[in-house]
Design a protein around this ligand. Structure first.
Ligand code: SF4
Ligand code: SF4
Ligand code: FES
Length: 198
C-alpha cells in the first residue's frame, strides 16, 4: 500500500507498525519503550509522528499504517514534542551520567544529546548519591535510579520483572524467587543503564 511521509510517497506492507516501515525506508525515528521483535507497551512518546489527516500526534510504535495515510516525521512541532517527552523522562531520572558505567549503551542519554534536550527543564539535576544496585542473577545488575519504567523488561521476561505501584510511584521490582530464572540478555533490551551486565 501507499502512504506519504514528509510529502514523499512510500510503499509499505501495511502489516507492520509504522516505526518499522519508516525505519526500513531510512527515516530516523527514535524509540525507548519499543524494541524490534519485543513485546512493548506504548509509554515513552519518543516515537511520535503527526497524522496530517487530523493533525494528531500518534505513536509510530503502535500504529499500523492505512492506505493513503499522510505522515509528518520531521516538522518542528514533531521534534519539539519528542524533545519534551525526553525532558520529562530526564526530570524523573534519579541518576547523573558522570561516572555512569552504562553511558556507552544508554539510549536515553544518546537521544537526549542528539535532540539537544535540556536536562533541567522540568526539574533540577538530582543530587549525587551513592549508587544503589541490586544483584539479579549471574552478571546481571539492576539500578532502580536509572529506570525509566519503559516496561521492556517486564513484558519480555517470564515471571521475572514486575511493576509495583502506579503513576509516578510505579517501580520495577524483581521477586527474589524468580531471579534465578531470568535471562541476563534482558539487559540488551533496557534503554538505560538500569539493567546491565558486569
Ligand atoms: S543510565 Fe543513561 S541517562 Fe542515566 S545516568 Fe546512566 S548514562 Fe546517564
Ligand atoms: S529496568 Fe530498563 S527495561 Fe526495565 S523498565 Fe526500567 S528502563 Fe525499562
Ligand atoms: S517508542 Fe513509541 S511510545 Fe515509546
Amino acid at each position: 500500500m501507499k502512504i506519504f511521509v514528509d510529502n514523499k510517497e512510500l510503499e509499505v506492507s501495511g502489516r507492520r507498525v509504522l516505526i518499522e516501515e519508516l525505519r526500513e525506508a531510512g527515516y530516523d525515528i527514535p524509540s525507548l519503550c519499543y524494541a524490534p521483535n519485543a513485546k512493548h507497551h506504548t509509554s515513552c512518546m519518543i516515537c511520535m509522528v503527526r497524522n496530517e489527516a487530523n493533525n494528531q500526534m500518534i505513536p509510530s510504535c503502535s500504529t499500523i499504517p492505512v492506505e493513503g495515510m499522510r505522515i509528518d516525521t520531521s516538522s518542528d512541532d514533531v521534534i519539539a514534542l519528542r524533545r519534551t517527552a525526553i525532558e520529562l523522562l530526564l526530570s524523573e531520572h534519579k541518576a547523573r551520567c558522570g561516572g555512569c558505567e552504562s553511558k556507552a549503551k544508554c539510549r536515553l542519554r544518546d537521544l537526549a544529546l542528539r535532540m539537544k534536550a535540556k536536562w533541567t527543564r522540568f526539574a533540577p539535576l538530582p543530587p549525587v548519591e551513592p549508587v544503589v544496585r541490586e544483584h539479579v542473577t549471574g552478571r546481571l545488575w539492576f539500578e532502580p535510579a536509572k529506570c525509566i519504567r519503559c516496561g521492556l523488561c517486564v513484558y519480555n521476561s517470564v515471571d521475572g520483572f514486575t511493576f509495583k505501584g502506579r503513576g509516578f510511584g510505579m517501580q520495577v521490582v524483581i521477586p527474589e524467587l524468580s531471579k534465578k530464572n531470568i535471562d541476563e540478555r534482558i539487559a540488551e533490551l533496557c534503554p538505560t543503564g538500569a539493567l546491565y551486565m558486569v
